[in-house]
Design a protein around this ligand. Structure first.
Ligand SMILES: Cc1cc2nc3c(=O)[nH]c(=O)nc-3n(C[C@H](O)[C@H](O)[C@H](O)COP(=O)(O)OP(=O)(O)OC[C@H]3O[C@@H](n4cnc5c(N)ncnc54)[C@H](O)[C@@H]3O)c2cc1C
Length: 325
């Protein structure tokens, strides 16, 4: 079987951060490994379109695999970034309670974090918050010094390059359209737009399309509900307005993380994301109105238009930022 053309021990489907990290890890072993990716390059999915936060692990349910991996990942991330030469900055995160009634929410997060064994979490009062972040208003905050930032696309590319150097094959522009498994063969037959491949094992890291890949081998229990998010990106001259990742206290009515303020490694500030459930998985519209941002804990020194029309034909549409008022 091993001599069959296009045969691999392990075939990874999807070259996002997950597929590339798995490829790098497997490249440490004597295995024939390949990655199939439908796009022109690695990381064209969610992996290069996110906030770049290395979470500490207090926001995920205790006892879950996600909590375990998030906490372990946070501890090991700095070393990984050093090894593969990816920027990393431990800037810390403040989850801000704007009013007294929100303090309970950040206390719950602290408790959850401690259950998950997140280190060094502490609740700080208004004065301390004001010292750390003069532009942010709040009565208390959960401070997580181990939350960090990285550059998501550089991370994905570096993982892929390291795996490639170690012998993993990357087959780009190669969309998987079906998978077959015959009882007479131990191999999976993977049918792509560029021909057939064979593998003893398949790893499904197809991100938004992972449910479709699972379906191809008869696993019907997963369904992905795509959710689109948009950010404001502030100009670099605004880079000093916050020093930490700034998140709102948990919002019962919205769920999720809420709109947060995130410094990037490059010195911009991201504000967002919004959250909009959509039907199609790959839907980046030319014109999209990003509105109803609730920057309820920001100081008066930051003003935004309530609606910012992201229309590439009107690229000059100004977003009001005034640091002097
Ligand atoms: C707005 C937003 C902000 C986020 N911020 C953060 C953050 O700050 N920190 C954090 O840790 N996480 C964050 N996340 C989550 C994080 O981005 C994702 O968990 C992660 O990128 C998922 O990576 P992935 O490799 O599983 O998926 P993807 O990056 O989507 O990769 C899947 C790959 O599979 C390929 N593929 C799909 N179908 C096929 C097929 N049939 N054949 C071949 N290839 C295929 C795709 O083209 C794609 O390249 C955020 C997510 C969003 C949406």
């Amino acid at each position: 079987m091993r001599d069959k053309k296009g045969h691999f021990d392990i075939m990874i489907i999807g070259a996002g951060v997950v597929g590339c990290a798995i490829a790098r890890e497997l490249s440490k072993y004597k295995l024939d490994v390949a990655v199939l990716e439908k796009e022109d390059d690695v990381g064209w999915g969610t992996s290069c379109r996110n906030t770049g936060v290395v979470h500490a692990g207090f926001g995920v349910p205790p006892g879950s695999l996600r909590a375990k991996l998030c906490v372990e990942g946070n501890i090991n991330f700095e070393k990984l970034c050093q090894t593969i030469d990816v920027p990393y900055k431990k800037i810390g995160k403040l989850t801000v309670a704007k009013e007294e009634k929100e303090i309970e929410g950040i206390k719950k997060l602290e408790k959850q974090g401690k259950k998950n064994r997140v280190k060094d979490l502490v609740i700080i009062g208004e004065q301390e918050l004001n010292k750390m972040e003069p532009n942010i208003r709040g009565v208390a905050a959960l401070y997580s010094p181990n939350s960090a930032i990285t550059v998501p696309y550089l991370l994905t590319i570096a993982l892929a390059e390291n795996a490639y150097k170690n012998g993993v094959q990357f087959l780009l522009n190669t969309e998987v359209v079906n998978i077959e498994k015959n009882s007479y063969s131990p191999d999976f037959e993977i049918i792509t737009k560029k021909g057939k491949f064979y593998a003893n094992y398949i790893i499904n890291s197809a991100g938004l399309y992972a449910d479709q890949i699972a379906n191809m081998v008869g696993i019907k229990k997963y369904q992905i509900y795509p959710c689109r998010g948009e950010y404001y990106i502030l100009d670099k001259n605004a880079s000093g307005i916050v020093n930490h990742l700034i998140y709102p206290a948990p919002q019962e009515e919205t769920g999720g993380w809420g709109t947060h303020i995130s410094p990037t490694i490059d010195g911009n500030i991201l504000i967002g994301p919004s959250a909009e459930y959509i039907k199609e998985k790959f839907n980046f519209p030319k014109i999209f109105i990003f509105h109803n941002i609730k920057l309820f804990f920001c100081s008066n020194s930051i003003e935004f238009e309530s609606e910012y029309n992201r229309n590439f034909e009107k690229a000059d549409t100004p977003m009001v930022f005034n640091s002097s008022t």
